[in-house]
Design a protein around this ligand. Structure first.
Ligand code: TXA
Ligand code: MG
Length: 331
């Protein structure tokens, strides 16, 4: 029965004009589901303080209930409606990186329903830098729970059309604000533990964070027992439908490409400039990240049997991109 109601929504896609933002804010206040652009990827928003609206996000995405959501805020007053504790360390990080692609995990305010946090005692909070996201939150005057606006475990959307393809008929409104700039999901840092733990690498690099808040533990350093500290970090995630093979170098891509060619298989190859064995993405990690999901969405629509990807070097600048590629290649 629940599945039936999920498909009944009439999804409207509109340019994010001032009038559309006002309409979106009214819808959100009434409990609707609205997709909107952020500087990282498009988010699927609902009133974070309304358990019923938030339950709608999980249904629309097919997301497991134990995987908690990021709450998006604009301004320090709104932050206090979401978190119970705001340590000096959080303030220093917010001064340095907010608004921006950094999500902080902190003890939750009792006003935040369990649906948002997967029943846990902490909440993830982020103040997005995208002007349309900030304006939408300001107009709604509510914190917005917003995971990436895609079906669970699929590629995150960097354009309104990606959202439409994945969630049409399941949500109420999509605000089109053009392509997003960072192109991969925010860095997630858990401040509820000492020292802080990096739960998801992202556009803000570990070294940038450590310059502000001192040593950070990486998830790989944690003991592998007990419950997952961030349930969303399951290996298979952010994946296109087409199988992905991650290869060590452009030469490996070339060798595999020749093999596939001889076998008459339909494949695409993603390499890093200046290589030209296939589609070449920029050699700068930020520029590469900005184009990665858009490129994978486009390739995914073309019925290839496999996508070959040259793995970028194992250096600090590429950590977030390598993380997403490894997840995309996990089946
Ligand atoms: O850039 C982004 O972060 C985008 C945009 C829309 O803001 N959002 C996004 O949300 O990527 P989502 O739901 O796809 O990923 C949220 C991640 C998941 O890995 C989730 O497990 C983790 O944040 N997370 C959320 N709340 C948490 C909590 N209380 N403790 C630990 N991890 C949490
Ligand atoms: Mg996601």
């Amino acid at each position: 029965m629940l599945e039936a109601t999920v498909h009944e929504r009439n999804t409207i896609l509109v340019p994010a004009t001032p009038a559309a933002l006002l309409q979106a804010a009214a819808l959100l206040r009434a409990g609707a589901l609205v997709a909107f652009p952020t500087e990282t990827v498009y988010g699927l928003g609902a009133n974070a303080l309304d358990a019923k609206a938030v339950a709608g996000i999980f249904r629309a995405k097919g997301r497991p209930a134990h995987n908690p959501l990021i709450v998006h805020i604009a301004g320090q007053e709104m932050r206090n409606r979401v978190v119970a504790l705001w340590p000096p360390l959080a303030q220093r990080l917010a001064d340095a990186f907010w608004p921006g692609p950094l999500t902080l995990v902190l003890p939750k305010n009792p006003a935040v329903p369990d649906e948002v946090t997967g029943g846990g005692p902490t909440v993830a909070v982020r103040w997005p830098a995208h002007p349309l996201a900030a304006e939408l939150i300001r107009l709604t005057d509510l914190p917005l729970a917003a995971p990436s606006a895609n079906r669970s475990s699929e590629l995150s959307p960097t354009r309104a059309e990606h959202v439409q393809k994945s969630l049409s008929g399941r949500i109420d409104l999509i605000l089109d604000g053009g392509p997003t700039t960072a192109g991969i999901e925010s860095t997630v840092l858990d401040l509820s533990q000492t020292p802080p733990v990096l739960l998801r690498p992202g556009p803000i690099a570990l070294a940038e964070l450590e310059a502000v808040c001192g040593p950070i533990r990486e998830r790989a350093d944690l003991p592998h027992t007990g419950p997952l500290p961030s349930p969303g970090m399951l290996a298979r995630h952010y994946a296109p439908h087409t199988p992905v093979e991650l290869l060590d170098s452009a030469e490996c891509v070339q060798i595999r490409a020749s093999e596939l060619q001889r076998a008459g298989r339909r494949f695409a190859a993603l390499v890093i400039e200046p290589n030209t064995t296939g589609i070449a993405l920029p050699a700068d990690p930020n520029a590469y990240a900005a184009r990665l999901y858009d490129t994978l969405h486009a390739l995914d629509a073309q019925a290839y049997e496999v996508i070959l990807i040259e793995c970028p070097p194992d250096t600090p600048g590429w950590v977030a991109v390598r993380d997403r590629l490894q997840r995309a290649a996990t089946r």
